[in-house]
Write a protein that binds this ligand. Structure first.
Ligand code: CIR
Length: 261
C-alpha cells in the first residue's frame, strides 16, 4: 500500500499523567514535543501530508493516536479504546478522519479495540485480543474489515505478558518479511497469510524497537538499537531512526504516534 497521509496528535502538557507500566521516570514534555516534531518531519520526508489533531488535556495518552482508529485503503473504523481514560479520544480523531473518509464505522460496546493490536499484512489483518482489545471488539472489527473485502484473523495474545499490544512485539515490513521480538509465536506470523520469507529476530534487549513502521520505501525505527539497525541496513532498507525515549516512558512505540493511510 502506498501511503500519502498521516494523522498525528502532539503530546499534551500533562502527557506524564498518561498510563504507564514502565519504570523509567516521567517523560519530559519539552523533549517529547521535540521528538514528536522530528517524527512528523520524518513522515513528511516519506512523502506524507501530515494532519494534526489538537492536543487535549483531557487525554494525556491522546498522542498515541494509532489506538483510536483503524485506517485502510478502503475505509476507516473508529475504535473503542480498552482503557476507560482513553475512550473519549475517538471524537476528535473521528472529526479529522471525516475529512478523508466519507463513511467511518465504529466499534460499539461491549467491544473494545486498541489500534495497536491491529497489524495489516497486505490485504489481511491480524487482530490481537489483549488486555485492551476484547473478543467482541475483535469480532466487530473483523466483520467491518470483511465488508471492505479484507480478511482477518483473531489471535489471543493475553498469555504474552510482555505485549501491551500485538504490535508491541511484531512488525510486518511487506514481501513476507517480519520483525518479531523474542518469544513471539510463529503461529502469529503464519496467521498473516503472507508466508514468512524472513523473520528478523529482535533480541530481548532491543525488543522495544520491534515496533517500527514501513512507510513506502522507508522504515522508521527507534534510535539506539544497534543490532536491529544493522540487520535492517544489511538488507538494504532505507532507514530513518528517531529518538523515542519520552514515548517509551509512557509505553508507546513508534507506530502508535500516527495513523497512516
Ligand atoms: C497506554 O497505555 O494506552 C499508553 N500509555 C500507551 C499506548 C501505546 N499505544 C500503542 O502501543 N499502540
Amino acid at each position: 500500500m502506498h501511503f500519502t497521509r498521516a494523522i498525528v496528535r502532539p503530546p499534551a502538557a500533562n502527557f506524564a499523567l498518561g498510563l504507564s507500566g514502565a519504570n523509567n521516570g516521567p517523560p519530559d514534555i519539552d523533549r517529547a514535543l521535540d521528538q514528536h516534531g522530528r517524527y512528523c518531519e520524518a513522515l513528511r520526508d516519506c512523502g506524507l501530508q501530515v494532519t494534526h489533531v489538537e492536543a487535549d488535556l483531557d487525554y494525556p495518552d491522546g498522542t498515541f493516536v494509532e489506538d483510536a482508529a483503524i485506517v485502510t485503503g478502503r475505509g476507516a473504523i473508529l475504535t473503542r479504546p480498552g482503557a476507560p481514560s482513553r475512550t473519549g479520544e475517538i471524537a476528535s480523531v473521528g472529526e479529522s478522519l471525516s475529512q478523508f473518509y466519507s463513511d467511518v464505522q465504529h466499534i460499539v460496546a461491549p467491544g473494545t479495540v486498541d489500534g495497536g493490536d491491529i497489524c495489516q499484512v497486505d490485504d489481511h489483518f491480524l487482530i490481537g485480543v489483549s488486555a485492551r482489545t476484547n473478543q467482541p471488539g475483535a469480532e466487530q472489527l473483523a466483520e467491518h474489515l470483511r465488508r471492505m473485502n479484507y480478511t482477518a484473523s483473531i489471535l489471543d495474545i493475553r498469555a504474552s505478558a510482555s505485549l501491551l499490544h500485538l504490535k508491541t512485539g511484531i512488525a510486518y515490513l511487506g514481501d513476507g518479511v517480519w520483525l518479531a521480538a523474542a518469544g513471539i509465536q510463529e503461529e502469529f506470523l503464519r496467521a498473516g497469510g503472507a508466508g514468512i520469507r524472513e523473520r528478523i529476530a529482535v533480541s530481548a534487549a532491543e525488543s522495544y524497537a520491534a515496533n517500527c513502521v514501513r512507510i513506502n520505501d522507508t522504515v522508521l525505527l527507534a534510535a539506539g538499537y544497534p543490532q536491529l539497525t544493522a540487520a535492517l541496513e544489511e538488507r538494504g532498507y532505507r532507514l530513518v531512526t528517531l529518538q523515542m525515549s519520552e514515548f517509551r516512558k509512557m509505553d508507546g512505540g513508534l507506530s502508535c504516534l500516527s495513523l497512516r493511510f
